[in-house]
Design a protein around this ligand. Structure first.
Ligand code: PMP
Length: 432
């Protein structure tokens, strides 16, 4: 399959060789690298992207779930172009910022006030600061295997190697990168997802030192749903102890109109956003209860500091508003139904071929796990990278693009025809 890939992607190979001269490994965003080199993209239109060699792919990656309306949707292109014409970064507040804030506050039940950033990483970093300021405590509790961006408090126990990660019900905190301070082993607690008793027991042990509990409700892009008892127990505990619960909705805003907390009926204290909120432009946001956001009020001097040259810039804000307005309740529901069709048809194809593969879905998000057993936690994830990459390449050669770790999502330009194309490509790829 690698030879077939090389034959189709000669121009990409040449670009990669040039890139190697200036960028480490030719790369600036780790998730976009795959072996032997990634296909360089030239054009995107609706559900289809085209690489520099003219190969077309039905795009189920959508820039890692950010492009809810696919590529270059007319309304968003117009909104962004109009904003660029008015000055892309005027250096003063604009009404675009108010409109996007109003839309989100109206949309998300637990959101009272909001601030904008330029990435989801900055969003979780600042939500943690808000929680530390509120509690006066430093320790962040997060779940093993969960991704919340690349700042030091988030870059812990995302992919801990088995020999370093401790017992399943009491995971050890393991920095994921060289350069993350060793102090993060103590300042970040690692919790077992979907294990309510063990989670509460560990939280109780550290109750007086905790700044927050940080949770991506579907384990981020892993698409591992929270079990109802687990979430209920966790939310009861944070409620009772007044330890802020941060819902990281950078990805999960797309699963329901009001976001995951609306559909899961939980009231987090803080929420973080990114991805679809920027309409395809760099974005992040954090917000929540007034009490936690009031310290940012600059009148009389904010006690918590947050700034950023490009925060709430009008290009992102107007593109984001256009994207969210077009992703209304009817659009959310239609995409959910389409994803349900895609999931059940894919499960049929998998079963017909006698294979044991898990197809996890939440709203318009999905992940395939090459495992016979259900994936409920980080530790259930199979370690079959070579086979995952093989399936990824086989799907790509059938014109379907997913993340190399086999995560994907739908976008609104898709319909039954794209679902059929996905299922046929999956069948062929699995056959190979
Ligand atoms: N939180 C979650 C749940 C994410 O999936 C991501 C990005 N994949 C982030 C935070 C970080 O967002 P960004 O890449 O915009 O920094």
């Amino acid at each position: 399959h690698v030879e077939r890939y090389r034959d189709r992607t000669e121009t990409s190979r040449r670009h990669h060789e040039t890139a190697l001269e200036y960028l480490p490994g030719g790369n600036t965003r780790e998730a976009l690298h795959y072996s032997p080199y990634p296909a360089y993209l030239e054009d995107g239109d609706g559900a289809v992207v085209t690489d520099v060699d003219g190969n077309e792919y039905l795009d189920f990656l959508n820039n890692y779930t950010s492009l809810i309306h696919g590529h270059a949707p007319t309304g968003i292109v117009e909104a962004a172009t109009d904003a660029v014409r008015r000055g892309s970064a005027p250096g003063g507040p604009t009404t675009d910022e108010i409109e996007l804030a109003r839309h989100l506050v109206d949309r998300a039940p637990a959101l009272e006030l909001i601030r904008f950033t330029n990435s989801g990483t900055e969003a979780t970093m600042n939500a943690i600061r808000a929680a530390r300021a509120y509690t006066g405590n430093d320790i962040v509790a997060k779940f093993e295997g969960a991704y919340h961006g690349t700042h030091d408090d988030a870059q812990v126990s995302i992919h801990p190697p088995a020999h370093l990660s401790g017992p399943a019900d009491d995971p050890t905190s393991v920095p994921d990168s060289a350069g993350v301070p060793d102090s993060k082993r103590e300042e970040v607690l690692s919790l077992p997802f979907n294990d309510a008793d063990a989670t509460v027991e560990k939280l109780e042990r550290h109750r007086d030192e905790l700044a927050c509990v940080l949770l991506a409700p579907y384990m981020g892009s892993a698409v591992v749903p929270p079990e109802p008892d687990f979430l209920e127990t966790l939310a009861d505990w944070t409620d009772r102890t007044d330890v802020p619960l941060i819902f990281d909705e950078v990805i999960s805003l797309r699963v329901a109109y009001g976001g995951a907390h609306a559909t899961l009926d939980v009231e987090p204290d803080l929420i973080t956003y990114g991805k679809i909120v920027g309409g395809g432009f760099p974005v992040g946001a954090f917000g929540g209860r007034e009490e936690l956001l009031d310290p940012y009020d600059p009148r009389g001097g904010a006690s918590v500091v947050h700034s950023g040259t490009f925060n709430a810039n009008p290009v992102t804000a107007s593109a984001g508003l256009a994207a969210l307005e077009a992703f209304d309740e009817a659009a959310v529901e239609r995409l959910d139904g389409l994803a349900d069709t895609l999931a059940s048809a894919s499960r049929d194809v998998i079963a017909d071929r006698g294979l044991s593969i898990q197809f996890n879905r939440a709203g318009s998000l999905f992940t395939l796990y090459l495992s016979p057993d259900p994936v409920r936690t980080y530790r259930d994830k199979p370690h079959r990278k070579a086979l995952e990459r093989r399936l990824f390449h086989e799907l790509q050669s059938e014109g379907v693009r997913l993340a190399p770790k086999l995560m994907g999502c739908l976008s609104t330009p898709m319909d039954e025809a794209e679902v059929d194309q996905f299922v046929a490509a999956l069948d062929t790829a699995l056959g190979r």
